[in-house]
Design a protein around this ligand. Sequence first.
Ligand code: C2E
Ligand code: MG
Ligand code: MG
Ligand code: MG
Length: 285
Amino acid sequence: HSKLRSSSNICLYSKDLTNGNSNKVFTENLIRNAINEDQLTVYYQPQIDLTFDKLHAVEALVRIKSPEHGLILPTGFIETAEESNLINELGDCILRNILRDARDWHREGINPRICINISAVQLAMNGFADYLISKIRDYELQLNMFEIEITENVLIQNMEATLNNIIKLTNHGIKIAIDDFGTGYSSLSYLDQLPLNTLKLDKSFMRKIVKADDDNTIIPAMINVSNGLQLDFIAEGVETIDQHEYLKTFGACIAQGYYYGRPMPGEQMLEYIKSFNPDRFGESH
Ligand code: C2E
Ligand code: MG
Ligand code: MG
Ligand code: MG
């Protein structure tokens, strides 16, 4: 009797386990395929300097173009890549895509700052900084046009290697941004201990702004903190004209979100930059 029950428990358990595994295996195969069959593509989203109404930078955002499943967003596969040792190969493939686009733009005389998301796993690897620097040089591009975006949780693992990489990158003119600020294990002490260039406030804070004259304490406070530490401040997730006008009332501020432009393929970003016109914000929304 008890044997029956336990065997049926095991059966249930192993069934769940199999389901969980097959999801992971499915995603791993998706990633491997994307790498091997050239199905990775990078989209770019503008960051706007609201003080001068000009383009500040573009952020590179990876997608998988799957023939069977369409365009797959990174939230569906970055974590799996990190867990299954595919992140370095994936990251390398993404980087080559970005550098190819950057070189194409450079040949047309367009040299925007390019922000690249880097996984904490990659940044914790010995030699990551040397790798990134030499890749950029291979494409004959300037190191100081690149910024890497890392999250606050980046220092949790292998702190020494991570710090060495950050310092080396900074010494070579590559800028560092803290992404999604305010969502992880934030510590304000990171902000002045690390050689950072930029603070990106997570989009959840922007979501609370509904009207241009809304009262909010966090956003202006974080702008002040950033100014005090001489960091660029970026508000993520700006979707509406009200949110845009809300931000316009503050001093130095950079904004990113669907209101200024959705992530778009490289050729489209080139056109966006060439015909940049602040009067047309809101049209892509
Ligand atoms: P992230 O770096 O914080 O990127 C911003 C995300 O917010 C992007 O999602 C972007 O499409 C989305 N977004 C931009 N404007 C708005 C807006 O106005 N409203 C809303 N609701 N969302 C907006 P995406 O492209 O799906 O990327 C998700 C995350 O995946 C990124 O978050 C980043 O953490 C990661 N990721 C993307 N590309 C890469 C990559 O090449 N390497 C690594 N390691 N991670 C990447
Ligand atoms: Mg980012
Ligand atoms: Mg973010
Ligand atoms: Mg994120």
